[in-house]
Design a protein around this ligand. Structure first.
Ligand code: HEC
Ligand code: HEC
Length: 343
């Protein structure tokens, strides 16, 4: 802990617990006076947010990836920027400093990794290829910062940005080409090809990028691509939070599903009427997996309580969509306090 953080931290701890902080600690791995008093209680969440610079966070996200991959890197970037700006209680989170990271990369550290919170997010949760770590780590970070109802408005937007954006962005590509990113030596200094994943899954996003770019999944270019993407996603999270702070989230990033997904979701969402299609949940882009977009015309093996005529439903869907039960109405579920997606 450096002096500045230490002082703020001690002040905060004293206010919070009302305890005297002296002569308590004998922990082996921490300096004796670094230890918290035994009756110390961290403050309840949320810990608050102050406007952050998305471009700074983009660069931190890229650096974070070099030692803690996508999940740990995105979390580290946002939390480090918050720690620097807000101080206590963000100083309570174990976060290696930027200088420690850079020392490691310069070969002065011990071992390959500095272990970090959310690092398990790597490769879609410990390399299982499911949810990409970058939005996972970012979402975790903001859950420290803002009330949960705000998290619920911001995270789906971040996931839509992830699904629909072309990565790595022009911004981060140009930082790399101009050598404005932090690591002393990049995995690749090239302007990397960009692709749209249409999915929040690591498996799909990486696969599509590899197919598009011609680089193998184990190449250093693919790794660099994920590092830059980590920066992009962390930066977007901060952009969304800044917008929320100024009350213009809806203008900066309106929640918009594809027309197709919105159409499907006019029937398939989380609710009670099984026979109307309410035996699913979620808002991922349906067409990334359901490639045959006429699921209702073929023979179906799903039993509904009332043996719905699937052909009729599909027809109704088209009418429903063109009549405007479309993108906006469905997206509205994220803002209104309807129960569909909250548990
Ligand atoms: C990541 C891939 C993926 C995405 C994206 C996806 N689905 Fe599915 N969906 C599946 C799989 C896999 C099944 C199970 C298929 C089976 O049981 O044969 C399924 C099943 C379903 C079923 C049948 C119920 C069931 O459990 O068998 C419906 C209805 C459905 N999905 C609708 C949607 C809608 C609507 C969307 C978009 C909001 C969507 N899906 C997005 C993969 C996906
Ligand atoms: C107008 C309502 C409606 C819309 C719109 C709709 N569905 Fe369905 N869907 C249903 C109903 C109802 C069922 C269950 C039918 C049954 O099994 O009796 C169903 C069943 C399914 C199944 C399971 C079919 C099977 O063979 O197991 C899938 C998959 C599915 N829908 C995907 C989609 C996708 C993808 C879209 C958007 C392109 C979509 N649905 C749009 C009402 C709808």
């Amino acid at each position: 802990m450096n002096d500045l953080h230490r002082r703020k931290f001690l002040k905060g701890a004293a206010v919070l617990s009302g305890a005297a902080i002296c002569g308590i600690a004998t922990a082996k791995n921490a300096k004796a006076d670094d230890r918290l008093p035994e009756n110390f209680v961290p403050p309840p969440l949320p810990w608050g947010y102050q406007e952050l610079d998305p471009e700074y966070v983009r660069k931190l996200g890229h650096l974070g990836y070099y030692l803690e991959e996508c999940g740990g890197g995105a979390f580290w970037a946002i939390m480090t920027a918050l720690k620097e700006k807000v101080g206590y209680p963000y100083t309570l989170i174990p976060l290696p400093t930027k200088e420690e990271f850079l020392d490691h990369l310069a070969g002065k550290g011990e071992g390959k990794h500095l272990q970090g919170v959310m690092q398990y997010g790597v490769g879609g949760v410990s390399n299982f290829g499911s949810l990409c770590g970058a939005p996972n780590g970012s979402a975790s970070a903001i859950t420290y910062a803002v009330p949960f109802e705000i998290v619920q408005q911001i995270v789906p937007r971040l996931l839509r940005y992830y699904e629909s954006g072309s990565f790595p962005s022009d911004e981060v590509n140009s930082y790399a080409v101009n050598k404005e990113l932090y690591p002393p030596k990049y995995k690749s200094g090239k302007k990397l090809p960009q692709s749209v994943g249409h999915s929040v899954l690591c498996h799909v996003s990486v696969g599509k990028w590899c197919e598009h770019s011609g680089y193998a999944s184990g190449s250093s270019e693919r790794s660099e691509r994920c590092g830059r993407l980590t920066g992009d996603i962390a930066a977007m999270e901060v952009t969304l939070l800044n917008a929320h702070l100024k009350g213009n989230l809806e203008t900066v990033y309106p929640m918009k599903l594809t027309q197709e997904t919105a159409g499907c979701r006019s029937c398939h969402y989380k609710d009670k009427k099984y026979e109307q299609g309410q035996f699913t949940r979620g808002s991922m882009e349906c067409s990334s997996c359901h490639t045959d977009m006429t699921p209702h015309k073929g023979e179906n093996n799903l039993k509904t309580a009332f043996g719905t005529d699937v052909g009729t439903w599909a027809g109704a869907a088209v009418i429903g969509t063109t009549a405007g039960i479309g993108t906006h109405a469905v997206a509205g579920r994220f803002n209104n306090k309807e129960p569909h997606d909250e548990e």
